[in-house]
Write a protein that binds this ligand. Sequence first.
Ligand code: SF4
Length: 449
Amino acid sequence: MALKGLDIFKLSPKKNCKECGSPTCMAFSMKVAQGAVSVDACPYFSEDAKAALNEATAPPMKTIKVGAGDKEMSLGGETVLFRHEKTYVSKTRYAVAICSCMDDAEIDAKLAAIPKVDYERIGERMFVEMIYLNYAPSAGAEKYLEVVKKAAALDRVLVLGCTDVEVAKQALELVKDSKPILNGATPENYAEMSAVATAAGVALGVRGADINEIYDTVAALEKAGNKNLLIDVGVNSIKDAFATAVQLRRAAIKDNDRTCGYPSIVRVGGLAQGDKHLQAALASVFTMKYGSIVVLDQMTYAEALPLYGLRQNIFTDPQKPMKVEPGIYPLNGADENSICVTTVDFALTYFVVSGELERSGVPLNLIINDAGGLSVLTSWAAGKFSAGTISKFFAEHDIEGKLKSRKLVIPGKVAVLKGELEAKLPGWEIIIAPNEAVQLVKFMKDLTA
Ligand code: SF4
């Protein structure tokens, strides 16, 4: 909950010395409350007061970093319950589960399938970012450690699902430098598990029979000084898992209960009990509410395409248009003499159009206009993609100096611009493209045949 200026003023030194740039401590406190200035701008706040302020102004949900190097990623850190209120900040990450109870052939096949889903959609790489390794005591520690070694070779963030303290310790010895997650704290073992996770410098997953047990265990871990935690919502039932995920998030954000404010692990494969369709539905549900890590039994393209599309829709910032950088994009080995095609900087338009143009194999220069990240018709209606803005963009970016071709293909949906563009860009031949991007392949081939 945000602090009021008066709360901050109570902790201030009350010297009114103006060294912070504000006329009084009260004025300074008001600015801190608004987030306009950091409390560090005053040299006289005591360390205790600063610590109390930092604690009070910290986000209700902790940001937990996992993975190392270029695989490092953030989980949690959310400040709102609904995306439209502001934005979500840490997207759901997907893991594929492997159990040491599986036979070697099955484990090898599951590991081999993980890198197969890897593609780009609107500038974002879509792939399985994590591997969840479940320890089955019946298969023995040695087998588990072998599985951990094999999975580590895939260079994904590992989640070690292991409640045996000794085995967890040995597994962490193998992979601790890659900063995996140890999902193994229970009400019975949390103290030992916390020591193992802290020694390895990794985040600890907490589980329990129900939300009350989870809460008490997290509170005990916090009291012992470990706040590098995640919460496993369990696999008792879909209803319990969903209720736990939602109640924890609500309590953290609405009630400012920081003991609930940790990222979650949701094992939808375990909840679906082998039903692939149910698993797909649950993965979607927990992407929306409120899975930080969603663990599936497998990730094929059939699962990935709708799921990653959903995630991208939910976790993009609704306050920022999805746009690409305006400029010249040479495609298919184009040079300065290649034909020019122009469209807007809306990311979806760019990726759809550039994909089709690449498929045509025709060398061309794709000129992306600054249209405020809007689609073709929307930007045209808003006056951001008109003959005037296109010709202005051409002048500002010296298109005529950089390219020798004087043939310009414009989107079919703004065919109305042809006459005006010819007047504003003398010497250019304006060609109207088809209405749909999918028709571009044949159109470009015919045009340059
Ligand atoms: S520098 Fe600190 S003590 Fe001085 S006026 Fe600003 S807030 Fe008050």
